[in-house]
Design a protein. Structure first.
Length: 392
């Protein structure tokens, strides 16, 4: 029997039947609202009843359908809360949310002023999780991230003792703002934390709080005084999400909502235990053998010098994606399938997420630069050449 503890609840009181009905309608309304802003797949879930565990945090749920309802309702409310403060950027919000549920980390790229930092802060507020921000600068040191040892005097005994002061990495949602403005030795301080969920310091392995979610931002157009992330660091990010300029209508909404006196208060909808439960549920999604093979073929086709690589890959790509890319693509596709109300991964999930998973793992050479080819162009080529299951 599966329980969904931790989904945010204002109180532990048992709800009356009338309150329960109100909660059901509220959940359906939130899902429809999410669909109206671009999350079309969730709109079909408007008839779902809100599972009791979502409100009470203690009622048993005996079927996978109820578990699925819990996830869909939680994701819909999460996106609705984010949408109250972030205008547009529907695909960006979807990718960040599914990456959280898949247990990965996000590298967020966009020009200044697109609300990258505000998006991360809003997500942390809606999750009721501990949040820290690190502003990466050229003089930042690894100890400023992981922590440092200090010598303290014991005035009672007259002795000195070393004590480890934990750094800002000991949190649940970490914003690494402008991560490419600090040298590689400081960037690499996040490697162990992102991969292993722990920090080795003062001769001990210190576990990080769970869930641990890193969202790093960088400006792709400004290169003066920046340090490109090493390939090993880039590979730790499950998704490379790119934010674009808003549409004309969205920009008017931004101006209207941010230049007045009204403040948007974000209501937490999921807490740490709820996120962990949803992450476990994502890993239970089924994947067919031919879909595994499709992902392997797609990733292998990015590597020059192999029989699977098209001629264009040999010309444009210096280094292709590794096995971690395939793992990330499968997990992200599982999360997307669940958010779509399905318990199996479809080839369409793989194709939708191929670009954010692969774009930062494909290292282009000077031929690609001379031909004006971007990593997204390479991914589009591979999606055309590598056929999904059932397509000749």
């Amino acid at each position: 029997m599966w329980y969904a503890p931790g989904l945010y609840k204002p109180s532990a009181k048992m709800l009356t039947r009338q309150a329960w009905e109100n909660a059901r309608h509220s959940a359906a309304h939130d899902i429809v609202a999410a669909g109206a802003t671009g999350t079309r797949r969730l709109q079909t879930k408007a008839s779902l009843a809100l599972p009791r565990a979502t409100l009470l945090g203690c009622a048993p749920m005996s079927t996978i359908e109820q578990d699925l309802e819990t996830l869909v309702v939680a994701a819909a409310r999460l996106r609705t809360e984010i949408g109250r403060r972030i205008v547009g950027q529907v695909d960006v919000v979807e990718e960040v949310v599914l990456c959280l549920f898949a247990g990965g980390h996000v590298l967020l790229e966009g020009v200044p002023g697109l609300a990258k930092t505000l998006l991360v802060r809003t997500l942390a507020d809606a999750l009721a999780l501990d949040f820290r921000r690190i502003q990466f600068t050229p003089d930042l040191m690894p100890g400023d991230i992981t922590g440092t040892e200090v010598i303290e005097d014991d005035h009672t005994t007259g002795r000195r003792a070393a004590r480890f002061l934990r750094g800002p990495v000991f949190t649940q949602v970490l914003l690494a703002d402008e991560i490419n403005r600090t040298p590689p030795k400081t960037q690499s301080a996040l490697l162990e934390a992102m991969q292993e969920g722990r920090v080795t310091a003062a001769g001990e392995d210190l576990e990080l709080p769970r869930p641990f979610f890193v969202l790093a931002t960088q400006n792709p157009i400004e290169q003066e005084g920046t340090y490109p992330l090493p390939e090993a660091q880039l590979d730790r990010f499950m998704l490379n999400v790119r934010m674009t300029y808003p549409s004309a209508a969205e920009e008017v909404r931004v101006l209207t909502s941010t230049t007045g006196t009204a403040e948007t208060v974000i209501v937490p909808v999921v807490d740490a235990d709820g996120v962990l439960s949803l992450q476990r549920l994502v890993r239970e999604v089924e994947v067919a053998e031919d879909v595994f093979r499709y992902v392997a073929d797609l990733v292998r086709a990015t590597r020059p010098g192999t029989d699977d690589a098209p001629a264009e890959i040999e010309r444009w790509v210096r280094w292709g994606a590794g096995p971690r890319a395939g793992q990330s693509l499968i997990l992200a596709a599982k999360a997307r399938a669940l958010l779509d109300g399905r318990v199996h991964v479809a080839p369409g999930d793989i194709r939708r997420l191929a670009a954010p998973v692969l774009r930062h793992r494909i290292l282009l050479n000077f031929h690609a630069e001379a031909d004006g080819v971007r990593s997204d162009d390479v991914v589009d080529l591979l999606l055309e050449r590598v056929k999904p299951p059932g397509v000749a």
